[in-house]
Design a binder for this molecule. Structure first.
Ligand SMILES: [Zn+2]
Length: 210
């Protein structure tokens, strides 16, 4: 369809390209890349005639370009009022959720607003150290552990855990990494580090209760 005020048959593409853009079902060999190749538009710093389109068309890019950059970064992260209280509780091995005064939904990790009714949350309720495994997976490749900055040795289990007293799940490591011994619905319990420091990894992982 032609835009208003534009002569019939003269599309925006035609103005830019100098040649009409073929409709779907264009003749074989006349790709969009071919149109680009003939156009005078070349990326900056590239020899004339050697457009990106031409590269794609002639020789596929099959060599990976690796750029290795080492960066040291430090930052301070503002956790917010709700997470601050939650983390302080972890230091005393206390897990607390925020309950909505309107719909009664209990959020863990805590959050400032209810996702259902958008009401501000301020009612803290205790949550058990045990709960139900709602979903799980076993990772087979080493992955960077965001909590430590080190690679975490594979395999290891991860789960979505709904602790007793909460209506939402938390994502955490599992002590079990054998898929044959994991199942939705299993009871799990938090295993704490000896000296909590007020962070989510004060819980080392969750162990399955047999
Ligand atoms: Zn609510």
């Amino acid at each position: 369809m032609s835009p208003p005020g534009r002569p019939k048959g003269e599309s925006l593409g035609a103005q830019r390209q100098g040649s009409p853009i073929s409709p779907p079902g264009r003749p074989k060999g006349e790709s969009l890349g071919a149109q680009h190749q003939g156009s005078p538009i070349s990326p900056p710093g590239r020899p004339k005639g050697e457009s990106l389109g031409a590269q794609h068309q002639g020789s596929p890019m099959n060599e990976a370009i690796l750029v290795s950059i080492e960066m040291a970064t430090t930052w301070r992260y503002a956790s917010g009022a709700a997470m601050e209280r939650f983390c302080n509780g972890l230091m005393e091995k206390r897990i607390e959720a925020l309950r909505c005064g309107v719909c009664r939904r209990r959020y863990l990790p805590p959050r400032p607003l209810c996702g259902n009714c958008h009401a501000p949350l301020s009612e803290w309720v205790p949550v058990a150290h045990e709960g139900r495994l709602e979903a799980w997976t076993v990772l087979q490749v080493p992955m960077l552990d965001a909590r430590t900055g080190d690679m975490r040795e594979a395999p290891y289990g991860m789960g979505l855990i709904r602790l007793d007293g909460a209506d939402t799940t938390i994502n955490h490591y599992l002590a079990e990494s054998d898929p044959a011994r994991l199942a939705i619905g299993l009871r799990v319990r938090a295993v704490w580090r000896q000296e909590p420091r007020g962070a989510m990894d004060d819980i080392v992982h969750f162990e399955v209760l047999r």
